[in-house]
Design a protein around this ligand. Structure first.
Ligand code: MD3
Ligand code: FE
Length: 216
């Protein structure tokens, strides 16, 4: 058996099936990363990262902003999508072409050929930030998948079932990894464990996650 074979599949397969309808494309965002980081600076110059507050009054540890037609927000009144950034009263920055191209091609790769996102939530995790177990259910329908892009520091993704008490699987998400969640797993509970301190060559000591959705 040659070295080339032993070093590739199945030890570090480029594509992992996490659950029915949920596919992990290792490294799929790597060619897009430099363009994404430049575009991200343009977005945050207009709609800076901020720590939103949940309806229960908790400040989220991940800092967030959005691009696209619709942006996900939370405040004391609830979770929802809005076309306007509540911090400045203007529409969210447009979705950059490199964001859209990556999301559309990853979804198609995973078998979702008609996916065109109208919303991109951008999460910034500084060391210690986390996202507790939840479902994504603020979208108009659950027919479309969700595409998630991980950049910078690694994180442990917790992927559960349709009820909060279902057991969770853990997946290490690293810089450049793209996950597509759809079909039977679209409403599964999921979360992100506390991001460990570290240094990434392109992003420094933070993790950025782009979550693409069809919201409206
Ligand atoms: C599993 N963000 O913002 S999406 C979120 O790393 C969120 O910041 C994650 O969860 C993060 O809501 C990345 C991960 C995800 C999204 C949708 C799912 C996992 C999912 C739907 C079903 C199952
Ligand atoms: Fe989520």
């Amino acid at each position: 058996m040659n070295d080339l074979f032993e070093n590739s599949a199945p030890l570090d397969p480029p594509r992992e099936v996490m659950a029915e309808g949920a596919i992990l494309l290792r490294g799929a965002a790597l060619p897009f990363a430099p363009d994404i980081l430049v575009a991200l600076d343009g977005i945050t110059a207009r709609s800076p990262f901020r720590h939103m507050v949940t309806p229960g009054g908790y400040r989220m540890s991940a800092a967030m902003t959005n691009c696209g037609i619709a942006g996900w927000i939370t405040d004391r009144h609830g979770y929802r999508y809005d076309r306007v950034d509540p911090e400045n009263g203007f529409p969210w920055p447009a979705m950059p072409t490199c964001f859209l191209d990556l999301a559309v091609s990853a979804a198609a790769d995973a078998g979702y050929v008609n996916f065109v996102p109208d919303a991109c939530l951008i999460n910034r995790y500084d060391p210690g930030a986390r996202l507790s177990l939840h479902q994504d259910k603020d979208e108009q329908d659950f027919v479309n998948p969700i595409v998630s892009v991980s950049l910078g520091l690694p994180a442990i993704f917790q992927f559960g079932g349709l009820t909060r008490s279902d057991p969770v699987c853990k997946f290490a998400m690293r810089h450049g990894d793209v996950a597509v969640w759809g079909g039977p797993s679209r409403l599964n509970f999921h979360g992100v464990a506390g991001v460990k301190d570290g240094h990434h060559d392109m992003l420094g000591s933070k993790r950025i996650n782009l979550t693409f959705r069809r919201a409206l």
